[in-house]
Design a protein around this ligand. Structure first.
Ligand code: CAA
Length: 384
């Protein structure tokens, strides 16, 4: 039977995430947005709560929860601070999931376990200065040398870039085969020739850490190869399908925060002798926001459900991210409009929501890439 009800476990996770976000994240969110300081203590506590490896099996130190639980927690955390949301999302869906799915027992013991407990932090390194949307054109190279690989190149826009301990890096091992010649490797901070580059000064999600990475003859043992030689691009894409569900949930959190701020303000603020919530102009905005957010939540839950039940979720994840990120930007804009001049200043939180929302239309595949991905899946379906 189709049910829209959350289970008792889901409710418990929602309460825990909400409480943690309010008590531990909210007090420093505004200050960190200004200073750009990485929330190291908060990340450590998220690890203690089991939120850094939510879907990882308990066998490897994870919480063994489903993707719906992860989406619920991501929404609650991102509602209060989207910077913390993306740190959590990258570790959970782009690093832990990937190592659990493709790693050897040895790699899981060495890397997955500390990542899942939050003892270590992970980063996913696909984008390059010349290869963002066009991710098949990797220029970073890995050349075999006996039992090792020698890695050279530069990665860009890496979330958790300077704070991470473990990095999944994609490199070209056979250029003639193009994307079928890409291989994934697990690198550690501190390896010789691994240099952390410039930290980006961003519009939003300012207390998450984004930087470039440079590899100069970094020697990586073959035991750190993740998956088969030439399988790297498939691994990256499969991982991003799940990552996109996490970003949809992050967008959902920002949208919900925008809506709640706008609703509260509209009921408190008076103009023309009455609360502005009484005016149809405001009612239309609030009702559109609430309707769109609910639709985005259903798409995101559906993508998570597909992942949890072993169904294909490429299209569902792309749809959820495409729609939820658009709703986040639109909701933040409307929240600012409802606040009028107050929405344009830092004292009210909605200006940050807009700055934070915008990135959800860019990273883990731009909206334009999501459109292409959805169209390609639709063509496959309609070819029978
Ligand atoms: N899932 C599984 N496989 C996929 C896929 C998906 N979503 N999208 C493409 N593929 C597969 C294709 O089936 C194809 O496989 P075969 O060669 O076996 O047939 C292969 O990937 C290459 O695809 P195309 O031939 O269609 O190549 P293309 O260049 O025309 O399109 C693309 C590829 C869809 C544009 C892909 O490069 C892409 O998704 N780009 C966006 C990259 C991205 O999302 N980057 C995010 C960076 S990480 C980040 O942001 C994290 C962070 O820090 C927050």
């Amino acid at each position: 039977m189709l049910s829209f009800a959350l289970t008792e476990t889901h409710r418990m996770i929602q309460d825990t995430a909400r409480e943690f976000a309010q008590n531990e994240i909210a007090p420093s969110a505004v200050e960190r947005d200004i200073t750009g300081e990485f929330p190291a203590e908060i990340v450590k506590k998220l690890g203690e709560l089991g939120f850094m490896g939510m879907m990882v099996s308990p066998e490897w130190g994870g919480s063994g929860l489903d993707t719906i639980s992860y989406v619920i927690a991501m929404e609650e955390i991102s509602k209060v601070d989207a910077s913390v949301g993306v740190i959590m999302s990258v570790n959970n869906s782009l690093v832990c999931w990937e190592i659990e799915e493709y790693g050897t027992e040895e790699q899981k013991e060495r890397y997955l376990r500390p990542l899942a407990t939050g003892e270590k932090l992970g980063a996913f390194c696909l984008s390059e200065p010349q290869a963002g949307s066009d991710a098949t054109h990797q220029r970073t190279t890995a050349v075999r040398d006996g039992e090792d690989w020698i890695i050279n190149g530069t990665k860009n826009w890496i979330t958790n870039g300077s704070s991470a301990d473990v990095y999944v890096v994609f490199a070209q091992t056979d250029p003639a085969k193009r994307h079928r010649g890409i291989t994934a490797f697990i690198l550690e901070k501190g390896m010789e020739g691994f240099e952390i580059g410039k930290k980006e000064d961003k519009l939003g999600i300012r207390s998450s850490d984004t930087c470039s990475l440079h590899f100069t003859n970094v020697r990586v043992p073959d035991a750190n190869r993740l998956g088969g030689v030439g399988q790297g691009f498939k691994i990256a894409m499969q991982t991003l399908n799940g990552g996109r569900i996490g970003i949809a949930a992050q967008a959902l959190g920002i949208a919900q925060a925008s809506f709640e701020a706008a609703l509260k303000y509209a009921q408190e603020r008076e103009a023309f002798g009455q609360p502005i919530a009484n005016f149809q102009a405001i009612q239309f905005k609030l009702s559109d926001m609430a309707t769109n957010i609910e639709a985005a939540r259903l798409l995101t839950y559906k993508a998570a459900y597909h992942k949890d039940t072993g169904k294909s979720y490429i299209k569902e994840a792309a749809m959820a991210k495409l729609f939820a990120s658009r709703v986040a930007v639109e909701s933040a804009l409307e929240a600012i409009q409802i606040h009028g001049g107050y929405g344009y200043v830092r004292e009210y939180l909605v200006e940050r929501y807009l700055r934070d929302a915008k990135i959800t239309e860019i990273y883990e595949g731009t909206s334009e890439i999501q459109h292409i991905t959805i169209a390609r899946e639709l063509y496959k379906e309609f070819q029978g």
